[in-house]
Write a protein that binds this ligand. Structure first.
Ligand code: ZN
Length: 113
């Protein structure tokens, strides 16, 4: 089964390189804050929090991509981690790092485990 999936899959490694490049852009340390006015300071804090949120999301995404690459290595790629059934190829094309089939993902999104 995975010969087909391997041919059709998008490359999670590509996404990983993109994320790493994104994470490589360091957030400015607060000590570099030199603005005098409180408004400027507040807007800088806001920007830092926004950057942090983006960074956190990128890191979570990177963890998913890394896990997908590990599954490629150990041959379990393309199988749902929850029910073990194959994940639809269309889903893997859209989300190469998907770890769950659509049915399980929808359960998980509803908070069911
Ligand atoms: Zn499943």
């Amino acid at each position: 089964m995975d010969a087909v999936i391997r041919q059709r899959r998008a490359d999670p490694g590509e996404e990983r390189r993109r994320l790493l490049a994104e994470l490589g852009e360091e957030i400015q340390a607060p000590s570099q804050m030199t603005y005098g006015s409180q408004a400027a300071a507040a807007s800088q804090v806001f920007e830092q929090q926004r950057d942090l949120a983006l960074r956190e999301r990128a890191e979570q995404h990177l963890a998913l991509v890394d896990a997908a690459l590990e599954r490629l290595d150990d041959g379990s790629y393309g199988a749902c981690l929850r029910c073990g059934k194959p994940i639809a190829p269309e889903r893997l094309e859209a989300l190469p790092w998907a770890a769950h089939c659509i049915a399980c993902q929808s359960d998980l999104d509803k908070g069911r485990r």
